[in-house]
Design a binder for this molecule. Structure first.
Ligand SMILES: [Zn+2]
Length: 480
């Protein structure tokens, strides 16, 4: 019996990940511009389910979807000083219209604050217009100078969901931050992805924000991938873009803003967390195809087998499941197993002559390769249960694994040793001083992720760097 192995994935993650994108036909990264890739039909279908989940989660909390232009004027991109300072070296510029140099050049949006907020100024008039909660899903562009990697570090982020909200006061903005965190938790939970939530240190917050909170996903190679961020912008941008509203009392106040983003890195996490050496493994919810039915050909009963297969397919379809019978006659059943395993189809149903005699079908779960025979008449009730159980098991497995890769230590030496072997995420006592944070980063050659938001523990003891009283734990990891 096949069992799920993770050797290739864990030892040569980068190579495995690239191979998966090609083998499972998710993304072709051979496009002739560095940092740009092409979503293939199968990958695009996965992307469609993931973006639909994001849409549903945002719509359910009163957000509206919009679409802004990709071009931003230079004047607007320069309006918020710290923002432009951070993005300056990553901007793509449009400098010509045809052969004529443009008098005023345009930037391709690196994120959409500076595209959206000039319009917010026009749209928001009084307290009745607040809160305003908008989001869009589209491309943003960053001239990455570091090594690019498909989906993980790219120049065209092609699936950027960014939400932008405006509020009457700081309290309401804070409540929105909590809502955003919950939306992202729901998103990752639905994908069965484990994560940590940390408040980024001040030196690493989103340029122009009061503070940033980030979801980090630990990859199989022990490096973290920032996979979602939530920012409280305070009034920094509303002052720069003059976004004011009239209060009940007739005063004119600047709005308070938040923004939060998730990109196709969510899909990278989905592939990385669940995949194995046989291919990707999709959570049933996002699988373009949830069930593949494979008839085992047989001389005498071949036609009868095919009939049962299409009958089962029709039944599954009536339950709203995405199902297909693989009737290709140029492939052996073994080759078909391999084909669909690579693509991560959650459930395989096999029906051969013996099964036909016994009125049964063989069900194989993609995550465990567990094989079980069920009576054909029971499939309608059993398969939805198996799919639910599989979703729960995949999520639990991801969390269990993460918990074995988070280490609490109280000294730099131990942190260093663990990070050197890419053990995972280290939590270490910290006094909260920036100097100690930088010392930590230098000492362990890794990145401070910030202080825990998901499990804020009371901490007694000393800062591992300066021996002053520690105020919190701080997380540090080798990050993508
Ligand atoms: Zn310290």
């Amino acid at each position: 019996m096949v069992t799920a192995k993770h050797e290739k994935r864990d030892k040569h993650f980068g190579e495995w990940f690239r191979q998966m994108l090609m083998d499972a036909e998710i993304l072709d990264y051979r496009y002739p511009i560095k940092g740009c890739g092409v979503w293939l039909p199968y990958g695009f279908k996965i992307r469609k389910h993931v973006t639909q989940l994001l849409r549903n989660l945002h719509d359910a909390k009163g957000h509206d979807e919009v679409q802004f232009p990709i071009l931003v004027t230079e004047a607007n991109i320069r309006k918020e000083a710290t923002h432009i300072k951070d993005f300056e070296n990553e901007l793509f510029w449009v400098t010509h219209g045809g052969s004529k140099p443009l008098e005023l050049r345009y930037a391709l949006r690196p994120t959409s604050e500076t595209a959206m907020y000039p319009m917010f100024e026009l749209w928001i008039r009084n307290h009745g217009d607040l809160p305003m909660k908008l989001y869009q899903i589209g491309s943003v562009f960053r001239y990455e100078t570091k090594t690019t990697r498909p989906i993980i570090r790219v120049r065209e982020v092609s699936t950027f969901k960014e939400a932008h909200t405006c509020h009457a006061n700081l309290d309401n903005a804070e409540t929105q931050i909590q809502e955003a965190i919950q939306i992202y938790k729901d998103f990752f939970d639905a994908c069965g992805i484990s994560y940590t939530i940390s408040r980024r240190p001040d030196w690493d917050k989103f340029p122009g924000s009061l503070y940033s909170i980030a979801f980090d996903v630990l990859m199989p190679d022990g490096r973290t991938l920032q996979s979602g961020t939530v920012h409280n912008l305070g009034q920094n941008f509303s002052k720069a873009f003059n976004i004011k509203y009239e209060t009940l009392e007739g005063n004119h106040e600047f709005v308070w803003q938040t923004c939060y983003g998730i990109s196709e890195r969510g899909i990278a996490a989905l592939i990385a967390i669940h995949g194995d050496d046989n291919g990707i493994v999709l959570v049933p919810k996002h699988a373009p195809l949830q069930i593949i039915i494979i008839p085992i050909p047989h001389k005498e009963s071949g036609t009868a087998i095919l009939e049962v297969c299409s009958h089962i397919a029709a039944e599954m379809r009536s339950l709203g499941l995405r199902v297909k019978v693989d009737t290709r006659d140029d492939l052996t059943p073994g080759a078909k197993f391999f084909y669909w395993e690579t693509r991560g189809v959650p459930i395989r149903i096999e029906i051969g002559p013996k099964d036909l005699q016994k009125d049964q079908a063989i069900i194989v779960r993609r995550d465990t390769f567990k094989k079980e025979a069920y009576k054909t008449v029971d499939l309608k009730t059993r398969l939805p249960q198996i799919i639910d159980q599989m979703t729960i098991d995949m999520r639990n497995k991801a969390w269990k694994w993460l918990q074995t890769r988070i280490f609490q230590v109280d000294n730099l030496q131990e942190a260093n040793e663990l990070l050197k072997k890419r053990a995972g995420i280290i939590e270490i006592p910290w006094c909260g001083e920036e100097a100690c944070g930088h010392e930590l980063e230098e000492h362990v050659k890794a990145k401070v992720l910030g202080t825990p938001v998901d499990s804020p523990k009371k901490i007694e003891g000393q800062c591992a760097m300066c021996s002053k009283e520690a105020t919190s734990l701080v997380r540090v990891a080798v990050a993508y």
